[in-house]
Design a protein around this ligand. Structure first.
Ligand SMILES: [Ca+2]
Ligand SMILES: [Ca+2]
Length: 407
């Protein structure tokens, strides 16, 4: 190992062998903390490069009847995911750590024998600039770098020799700070793409801190919503077709401020408060606020947990109470004394109103050490979901089966 682990892989493995699995992990939380606290290295990354996610996935706790499996552990830096017609999962990345230019790859992940475990990971685009955003439209893959959008035509038929991309728009700023994009096509067949704030907190032109949309050919750019610091996940409500998005609040205020946000766009042009206001009316007095009616968050989420690729669940596999509910991966805090997040939450929406958040899946954080970070969610045709993990370089599959002998 290149650096000292918070606690050794060996002892961790022994804990697992001793039955420190999902059912007992909670009861042993204090034990885990005690083990972790023996080391001065409590901040940082579990040395997952030497470890296999399959060794740790038993630590994930899920509601009764749900199961999590490793879909692939061969996807370094796995971030946004999108599904093509013939089952290929395309995966964007945020650029390689340590690379000052933040060059990264886009992958095609294929389950060729359809046993719900990936068999192939093909690099379809190399050395792009933070190619975090991916979206399919027909047979074309759209990839967003911070400053431009690329289109790869008929990609699924050409995985071995991917086509040269067409640049459909290159009008966005190229800041690295919050520059990586999450993208998706809306019910209006337009491509939605944010530009984050180029800072922790700052006032900026309307080029920043907005969600834009463009027509599928790259033309007709317009602003959909203002006052958004850094959204890395959005989806449209399956019934109302309204856009909902997560937003990550500012750093370096306090451990418990500001709240993270789940937001609902009810009409184009709304302002969601950044950098003046967070959550439901929490003013930040760093800047004098203009006389604008800020939109409250639909729901305040726990501070610094970094809610990313939220999706509404529309499948038939999960129990009926999950239908049209939001599943939100929380990437996890860095700006907090006690780590928070590193889980997937569930938010039901009734009559357009977000209900309280509950935890759906947790266990990527053990004591103060995270071995993985849930990043994006992709619903599969069978109703299972894939979850990307950019720290572990993995994609998991969460499925549900009613217990045959349940009473
Ligand atoms: Ca397979
Ligand atoms: Ca806000």
């Amino acid at each position: 190992m290149k650096y000292k682990a918070p606690f050794s892989l060996f002892s961790f493995t022994i804990l697992i062998l001793l039955g420190w699995n999902s059912s007992s992990a909670h009861a042993n939380q204090s034990q885990a903390e005690a083990v972790v606290d023996q080391s001065p290295v409590v901040v940082g990354r579990f040395p997952i490069k030497e470890a296999k996610p399959a060794d740790y996935i038993g630590l994930i706790e899920l509601p009764e009847g749900f199961q999590i499996d490793v879909f692939s552990d061969q996807v370094p830096g796995a971030r946004s995911m999108t599904l093509a017609k013939n089952g290929t999962v395309f995966v964007g990345t945020r650029g390689r750590n340590g690379d000052p230019e933040r060059r990264g790859d886009v992958y095609a992940v294929r389950d060729t024998d359809q046993d719900m475990v990936a068999d192939e990971v093909i690099t379809v685009a190399r050395d792009l600039f933070m190619p975090n955003g991916v979206a399919m439209r027909g047979d074309a893959l759209f990839v967003a770098e911070p400053n431009r959008v690329l289109r790869y035509d008929n990609i699924e038929a050409k995985l071995a020799e991917p086509p040269k991309p067409v640049v459909i728009n290159e009008s966005f700023p190229s800041d690295i700070h919050h520059g990586w994009k999450y993208i998706a096509f809306g019910p209006d067949d337009r491509l939605y793409l944010p530009v984050g704030a180029p800072c922790n907190i700052c006032e900026s032109s309307d080029e920043y801190a907005v969600i834009n949309s463009i027509a599928a050919d790259g033309s007709d750019k317009r602003i959909e919503a203002f006052g958004i610091r850094n959204t890395v996940g959005f989806d449209w409500h399956p019934v109302t077709k309204e856009l909902w998005f997560t937003d990550n609040g500012r750093d370096l205020w306090s451990d418990d401020m500001p709240p993270e946000e789940l937001n609902r766009v009810s009409q184009r042009g709304q302002h969601f408060g950044y950098p003046y206001e967070y959550g439901k009316g929490h003013r930040d007095n760093v800047f004098e606020a203009p006389d604008i009616d800020f939109e409250d968050a639909a729901l305040e989420l726990p501070p610094h947990t970094a809610p990313l690729g939220m999706k509404f669940y529309t499948g038939d596999m999960f129990p009926v109470e999950y239908k049209n509910a939001a599943l939100i991966p929380h990437h996890g805090s860095w700006n907090r004394a006690e780590p928070a997040g590193y889980y997937i939450s569930l938010v039901k929406v009734e009559g357009g109103i977000a209900q309280d958040m509950t935890i759906f899946a947790q266990g990527w954080l053990q004591g103060k050490v995270n071995w993985g970070r849930p990043t994006d969610i992709l619903q599969m045709p069978d109703g299972s979901i894939l979850v990307s993990d950019d720290q572990a370089g993995a994609i998991y599959r969460i499925s549900y089966a009613a217990q045959a002998n349940a009473q």
